[in-house]
Design a protein around this ligand. Structure first.
Ligand code: GLU
Length: 319
């Protein structure tokens, strides 16, 4: 029976052979410079052991993956009140779409599209202030990352996104007209852009995701990070909305709650079994990592980890 170390090594080897890697995001200038040949994968299993391959220790911009951590922090501070300002439904639209906001009175469909994440940032600014919220997110990531070396907020990335983020500014301004942004737009966006500029490796990202694998508990200390219902809600939203209008295809191909970012990262959770992070900067037409999705599909074929698998979940191999 193949073990997780050989499975990730084999996946990384296979991914290196593939030449069609999608297109790196270029609407945020520093992302356009990332080498599309990069590929990393990291798994933290339920016992806390890491299984890594490829560029798993190279830091990259996690972008929208950070929306999961922003939501966790906001749920802790605001509780279920939060759901009056952002809904829990798939959008079926692009990550930065504005179209539904008019007919739905400025209430975004879910916290993982840009509009929803901007509302979450606004809630965090109200609770903790612009700089306090930024620090709280960074502290959360640092404290859960296992080894925090290299994990940081890339100021240049945040600045360049602010300078080019006209659509995010439009979303925020538009929601403000409905009263769903309550702080100065620049404060809310400042937090949103800094959150998106969190930079870390696949190994660190998979370590951070462990609190979802365990249903809310810090795997290392046993401390509650979030409640069981909030962890379950977050993973349900990841399954339904974590890949924007590619969420259905991801659920079918991979079958795990996952969240993607335009930096090419994907975090996926096999509840009770593993926290997984992959990174390959080239994106498909929905803005999700092309090879990252393929790698997760291969992983699930090899392990049987899809939550839709009718058989007992354990490491299985396909002969
Ligand atoms: N910072 C990016 C934006 O707001 C995040 C998008 C993503 O990663 O999907 O456009």
């Amino acid at each position: 029976m193949a073990d997780l170390d050989s499975i990730v090594a084999e996946i990384a080897r296979d991914m290196q052979m593939i030449t069609e890697r999608g297109h790196v995001a270029d609407y945020i200038p520093p992302l356009a410079c990332v080498d599309p040949a990069k590929f990393g994968i990291a798994i933290i299993d339920a016992g806390g052991t890491a299984h890594v391959a490829g560029d798993a220790d190279e830091a990259f911009s996690i972008q929208s993956l950070s929306k999961v951590f922003g939501l966790t922090l906001a749920l802790t501070l605001e509780g279920s009140e939060l759901w009056s300002r952002v809904r829990q439904e798939p959008s079926g639209s692009a990550f930065n779409s504005i179209v539904q906001l008019e007919s739905e009175h400025g209430i975004p469909r879910n916290p993982f599209i840009n509009a929803g994440a901007i509302v979450i940032s606004d809630i965090l600014v109200s609770r903790l202030g612009r700089l306090g919220a930024r620090q709280a997110l960074l502290d959360f990531a640092l404290s859960q990352s296992g080894a925090p070396e290299g994990l940081h907020i890339d100021e240049n990335m945040a600045r360049q996104e602010r300078d080019t983020g006209f659509r995010n500014a439009a979303l925020a301004n538009y929601m403000r007209t409905f009263g769903n942004i309550r702080n100065p737009i620049e404060d809310t966006l400042d937090l949103y852009f800094h959150q998106c500029a969190l930079t870390m490796s696949c190994r660190q990202l998979a370590e951070i995701g462990c609190y979802l694998m365990t249903g809310g508990v810090d795997l290392r200390s046993g401390r509650m990070i979030t409640s069981v219902p909030d962890a379950r809600t977050t993973m349900a939203l990841m399954m339904m909305c974590g890949h924007y209008d590619g969420s259905g295809a991801f659920a079918i191909r991979v079958g795990l709650p996952g969240k993607s970012g335009v930096g090419g990262g994907i975090m996926a959770i096999a509840p009770g079994l593993a926290s997984v992070a992959v990174w390959s900067p080239g994106l498909n037409s929905q803005g999700n990592s092309l090879l990252g999705t393929l790698a997760l599909e291969r992983l699930v074929q090899r392990t049987g980890w899809s939550v839709f698998n009718p058989f007992p979940l354990s490491v299985q191999t396909i002969p």
